[in-house]
Design a protein around this ligand. Structure first.
Ligand code: ATP
Length: 254
C-alpha cells in the first residue's frame, strides 16, 4: 500500500530578523511512522517542529497536517496533534491524576487519569507529584499528556535526553507501542543509535536545509556502497552492554 503523507512541508522558511534559521525545507511524514528529525545543534529542528505545531509563525512556505493547512486551519490542527509541554507547565502542587484532569479540562474532554497513566505504566504514581518522579517517569508522564486528546500525530523533542540506558529503552518501547496503535510520531534526537533502532525514516537537517531523507537502513547501505568502512569493532560488547548486564536486565520498572 502506498504511504500516505500526514504532514507535508513545502519550501518552509523561517527568518529571525535577518537570520534565516530554516531555509527552504521540504519533507513529508507518512501516516503511522516514527519520523526522526536529526542534525547538529542550531540546525533548525525545533523551529521546524514548532511551526508545524502551530506554536511559531513561519516566514513562508506551505504546511498541511492531516489535510489541514497551517494558514487557516490551526484549530483543526491543534485538535489532531499532541505536543509535550515544557516541565514548567506542571504545577508543582498537583499530583499526576490531578494534572491529567487539568489538561483534559483544557482540551474540553473528560479523560480518566487512570486510563492515561496506564498507557505509560505510571498507575502506581497517580498520587505522586511530577517533581518527585525519576527522569524516565517524567518523560513517560509528559508523553501521556500528549495522548490526552487522542491525537493523530505526536511530537517529541529530544524525549530521551538525560535518561539512563534502561529508561531510554523503556521509552523506545512506549514510543513503538504508540506507533503500533496507529499514532504517527515525529521525534528529534541527538542519539544516532536511537534513531537507527527507533525511526522508520529520518531527515537530516543542517544549516536550515534538509540534506537527506531516507530509512536508517538505506542511509547506511548507501554509505557502505561508497566504500566507507568503519574501523572494525574488536569487542562484541560495549559499555552500555556492561551497564545493562551489571544492573540486571534490559527492561526495568521505574
Ligand atoms: P538543538 O539541537 O540545539 O535543539 P535545533 O536544530 O532545534 O537545535 P533551533 O532551536 O530550531 O535549532 O534553532 C535554529 C537557529 O535559530 C539557531 O541558530 C537559533 O539560535 C536560532 N533561533 C531559534 N529561536 C530563535 C529566536 N526566537 N530568535 C532568534 N533566533 C532564534
Amino acid at each position: 500500500m502506498a504511504k500516505q503523507p500526514i504532514i507535508t512541508v513545502k519550501n518552509l522558511v523561517k527568518k529571525y530578523d535577518d537570520f534565516t534559521a530554516v531555509n527552504d525545507i521540504s519533507f513529508e511524514v507518512y501516516e503511522g511512522e516514527i519520523f526522526g528529525l536529526l542534525g547538529p545543534n542550531g540546525a533548525g529542528k525545533t523551529t521546524t517542529l514548532e511551526i508545524i505545531e502551530t506554536l511559531r509563525e513561519k516566514t513562508s512556505g506551505e504546511i498541511t497536517v492531516d489535510g489541514y493547512s497551517i494558514d487557516n486551519d490551526t484549530d483543526a490542527i491543534k485538535k489532531r496533534i499532541g505536543v509535550q509541554l515544557q516541565a514548567a507547565g506542571y504545577y508543582p502542587n498537583l499530583n499526576l491524576s490531578e494534572l491529567i484532569d487539568l489538561f483534559s479540562g483544557l482540551y474540553g474532554i473528560d479523560k480518566s487519569p487512570k486510563e492515561m497513566l496506564e498507557k505509560v505504566a505510571l498507575t502506581e504514581k497517580a498520587k505522586a507529584k511530577y517533581k518527585d518522579l525519576s527522569g524516565g517517569q517524567k518523560q513517560r508522564f509528559s508523553i501521556a499528556t500528549t495522548l490526552i486528546n487522542d491525537p493523530r500525530i505526536i511530537f517529541l523533542d529530544e524525549p530521551t535526553t538525560g535518561l539512563d540506558p534502561q529508561a531510554r529503552r523503556n521509552l523506545w518501547d512506549l514510543i513503538r507501542d504508540i506507533r503500533d496503535k496507529g499514532t504517527t510520531v515525529v521525534i528529534t534526537t541527538h542519539y544516532m543509535d536511537e534513531a537507527e533502532v527507533l525511526c522508520d525514516r529520518v531527515a537530516f537537517i543542517d544549516g536550515g536545509h534538509v540534506i537527506g531523507i531516507d530509512t536508517p537502513d538505506n542511509f547506511i547501505d548507501k554509505l557502505v556502497a561508497t566504500g566507507f568502512d568503519r574501523k572494525k569493532e574488536v569487542k562484541s560488547a560495549n559499555l552500555e552492554d556492561v551497564f545493562i548486564n551489571l544492573t540486571g536486565k534490559e527492561w526495568r520498572p521505574e
